[in-house]
Design a binder for this molecule. Structure first.
Ligand SMILES: NC(=O)c1ccc[n+]([C@@H]2O[C@H](COP(=O)([O-])OP(=O)(O)OC[C@H]3O[C@@H](n4cnc5c(N)ncnc54)[C@H](O)[C@@H]3O)[C@@H](O)[C@H]2O)c1
Length: 406
């Protein structure tokens, strides 16, 4: 069987989870990927992950601390899985593509539209696959929601609400997630929701919103020195899709004592409640003739809802992982689906489900909200994608001035 040799570049918090995704694929009998190499600037981290990979996958990937050395020496690596912090995504991707490799890159595709567009252009020029690792949409409830929408049973759609509020003043995972120039959490998380909106409803056209810092001081979990974030932790926006649906988006990881989330779609004939990503909650469909939950919704749709075989193999027949499944297994299943889609795209010569342009669109939607806050007006996503509007991103881009030669 033809296999794709992959180098995992970035073996930190999420790099480890990607390994668990590869292991989930292996357990499900999917054997088209060989994790051939692991690259991390930190040798200890890279070696720890290689040990873990050996346990999970049966063979120990070669370890590198230098991307250039791996690209120059490792002929078994046909593709690169970028799981580094986002400031580095575009340079790693461009180097890998120029060295003849296909690329899957964690979200956000890049920190700015300018650098993300460089990745897309480079991949197009070289005829390489560039995929965005966007995991949330891959779960059964989002797939079922999309099938409900495609079936038309909700009638004309008018409002979608995506709200995530709740948290405290703790550092969220890592200090870099609180600094604008390294990719703050106010960009990092809403990217997922922008992708969900476009997956379910099609392109976002117009955005009116702003980003802000809800928690001006954040405390690390280890009791170390507090940090003063200069990157937004929060974003609120009102958007319109080209299909004419209004979208309310709020992501605010603050607000003591309360935490809630909502993903709801309203149409003239009914409403759809979609449970949290990677949860075992039920999707709920409200129509004039009554309310259907979970598998009743799938049964109602019949042939109009079909899961692909890889998703069914790693996440079970309904694509959710099943009631009470450990969160880690469900998370690994979602990552497995995106990684298999990438490998199939490379080996079968077809585009991945979320390509570079798709990742760039999600980035542009979120930046449109930040740019809107700065300009004090609604911003067209196309203005951000074409580079006509960029003021918010300028000081992020300034640090990259000389990095990528055209
Ligand atoms: N999809 C999701 O659910 C999800 C969840 C968490 C993180 N992420 C994304 O994954 C990416 C990584 O996040 P993380 O939490 O693992 O970060 P992290 O800081 O834990 O790990 C990043 C790793 O990359 C390594 N690294 C940095 N620059 C490098 C380079 N040039 N070459 C090789 N290694 C390099 C670092 O040494 C570190 O080990 C980010 O883009 C983040 O947004 C996605």
């Amino acid at each position: 069987m033809e296999k794709l040799g992959v180098a995992l570049v970035g073996a930190g918090f999420m790099g480890r989870r990607h390994l668990l995704g590869y292991a989930a694929l292996r357990r499900a009998g999917y054997e088209r990927i060989d994790v051939a190499a692991i690259v991390d600037l930190d040798a200890g981290t890279a070696n720890a992950r290689a040990d873990e990979a050996e346990e999970l996958l049966g063979t120990r990937p070669r370890v590198y601390t230098d991307l250039g050395a791996m690209l120059a020496m490792d002929g078994n690596v046909g593709a690169v899985d970028i799981v580094t912090d986002p400031r580095t995504h575009h340079t790693i991707a461009v180097d890998a593509i120029r060295a003849g490799r296909d690329v899957i890159c964690e979200k956000p595709l890049a920190l700015t539209v300018r650098t993300g567009a460089q990745m897309v252009t480079e991949a197009e020029r070289a005829g390489r696959v560039l995929a965005t690792a966007e995991n949330y949409r891959r779960g059964g409830s989002n797939r079922l929601a999309r099938a409900v929408i495609d079936s038309g049973v909700l009638g004309d759609l008018f409002l979608f609400r995506e709200v995530r509020i709740g948290g405290d003043d703790g550092v969220i995972l890592s200090p870099w997630r609180h600094m604008k120039r390294s990719g703050s959490i106010g960009l990092d998380m809403p990217i997922h929701y922008a992708d969900i909106v476009e997956y379910l409803l099609g392109p976002v056209e117009l955005v009116w919103g702003r980003g802000f810092i809800a928690e001006p001081v954040r405390h690390p979990a280890d009791g170390g020195e507090p940090i003063a974030p200069d990157g937004e932790d929060s974003l609120v926006a009102a958007m319109t899709t080209t299909s004419g649906v209004d979208v309310h988006l709020a992501y605010i990881p603050s607000g003591r004592g309360i935490g809630y989330g909502e993903r709801v779609l309203h149409g003239r004939n009914g409403s759809l409640q979609i449970p949290p990503d990677r949860s075992d909650g039920d999707i709920v469909l409200h129509l004039a003739d009554g309310t259907r939950r979970g598998q009743e919704v799938a049964a109602f749709l019949g042939d109009r809802f079909q899961l692909d075989p890889v998703t069914a193999a790693v996440l079970g027949p309904d694509g959710t992982g099943g009631k009470g499944a450990p969160w880690g297994d469900v998370d690994a299943g979602h990552l497995a689906v995106e990684l298999a889609d990438f490998a199939d795209a490379v080996l079968d010569g077809r585009p991945p489900e979320v390509d570079g342009a798709g990742g760039l669109r999600a980035l542009a939607v979120v930046h449109a909200a930040f740019e809107s806050g700065l300009l004090g007006r609604a911003v067209h996503v196309d203005e951000v994608l074409t580079g006509a509007v960029h003021a918010y991103q300028d000081d992020i881009d300034a640090q990259f001035e000389t990095e990528v030669e055209a």
